[in-house]
Design a protein around this ligand. Structure first.
Ligand code: ATP
Ligand code: MG
Length: 355
């Protein structure tokens, strides 16, 4: 088993270090780690945010553990040299087409949610967002029109693209509450009509999963009114971008939430993927021990589950995190004063109490 570790910039290395301590504590046999440069740190050392050797390291690995990229010092660089290009490049070069973002309320932290506590408590959803298609990648441009400059971005999905993300979502739903909601806008969009028909077809392979469909406008409303009704959501790139951020805000601190981006390649243990906290490099708090490492540690749990087939260890890590939050080990983002390292210490100690 090989994990490529790209800690990146800002708080990326600080939170990744804590996730690595947790991984070390699990003592997985036959595990090798490789460290590579991405982001501003890579630009400074190699003149580019995603050096070839970093990409090769990712290709040779079973999974990538990613911290964060971004640094004020790079604001004046041309776009292709900016740190953010590293993650965009990794996603496209590695064919990571499925973004998984779990959002679940933590008991006792309901006050962080933008929802009423009783509603926040009910949220436990996984948003599966397609990452390689839709309006971001369709034909786009600008032309003169009678109304001044006109811009366009074509939305498109073909059956193969929908089929592939639908399979990922159904498999994810099988490992959860066996309920999948496909979100589209099939009443007005041709893309969504193909999307819906294809998802219905893929559903034949997953008779245990209950499938329903929702228009995106209604889904956005339901996410804040009654999020407890959702188990797993599958949707396209644009709708998923919006709904996954919305689901995160329903839970609370950005320092708590993890994500996975999966590709098609099977590793022998699971599916190849890249794992990262949903937060960025947070330059405002970097180097001060203020970063919450929970999102990075929960990203490790997703890595164990999806790429290494280590469900048991994944659950152990998740239970350790829930345990320290229940004990009130909070960093500044949660109104407490535990440092990044102290939160890591607490997670490691808790892990030892969980078999
Ligand atoms: P990006 O463009 O990379 O997403 P961003 O500027 O949108 O970056 P973040 O870097 O995620 O945003 O930071 C947003 C805010 O949240 C900042 O004030 C930051 O300090 C805070 N923050 C982000 N991650 C954490 C964390 N792990 N622990 C505590 N605070 C955090
Ligand atoms: Mg951001």
């Amino acid at each position: 088993m090989k994990i490529a570790v790209f800690a990146g910039d800002g708080i990326g290395p600080e939170v990744t270090a804590q996730a690595l301590r947790v991984l070390d504590e699990l003592s997985l046999p036959g595990l090798t780690l490789f460290e590579g440069d991405v982001g501003a740190v890579a630009y400074r050392r190699h003149g580019q945010p995603l050096p070839d050797e970093t990409l090769e390291m990712a290709r040779a690995a079973d999974a990538v553990m990613f911290g964060a990229v971004g640094d004020f010092s790079c604001d004046d660089l041309p776009r292709h040299l900016r740190p953010e290009q590293a993650i965009l490049g990794l996603r496209s070069e590695l064919g990571l087409f499925a973004n998984l973002r779990p959002a679940a309320g933590f008991p006792g932290l309901e006050h962080l949610s933008s929802l009423k506590p009783e509603i926040a408590r009910s949220i436990d959803v996984l948003v599966v967002r397609e990452l390689n298609g839709d309006v971001y990648f369709g034909d786009k441009g600008e032309r003169a029109s009678a109304g001044g400059r006109e811009g366009w971005d074509a939305m498109s999905y073909n059956e193969a693209e929908v089929r592939r993300i639908a399979h990922t979502a159904f498999r994810a739903a099988m490992g959860r509450g066996k309920k999948l909601t496909s979100v589209d806008k099939a009443n007005v969009l041709e893309t969504s009509r193909i999307w819906r028909e294809t998802v219905i077809d893929v559903a034949k392979d997953y008779s245990e999963v209950t499938l329903d469909h929702m228009y995106v406008d209604n889904a956005a409303m339901q996410m804040v009114k009654a999020p407890g009704q959702f188990d797993t959501i599958v949707t396209g790139n644009l709708f998923g971008d919006i709904l996954s951020d919305q689901a995160s805000a329903c839970v609370g601190s950005i320092g708590l939430l993890a994500s996975a981006s999966l590709g098609e390649r099977q590793t022998g243990y699971g599916t190849f993927g890249l794992y990262e906290p949903i937060h960025g490099s947070a330059p405002d708090i970097a180097g001060q021990g203020k970063a919450n490492p929970v999102a990075a540690v929960l990203s490790l749990a997703m890595l164990l589950r999806h790429s290494l087939g280590r469900e048991e260890e994944a659950v152990r890590v998740e239970r350790a995190v829930e345990g320290i939050l229940a004990d009130g080990v909070f960093g500044g983002d949660l109104g407490g004063n535990a440092t990044t390292g102290e939160i890591g210490d607490a997670i490691v100690s808790k892990l030892l109490t969980i078999s």
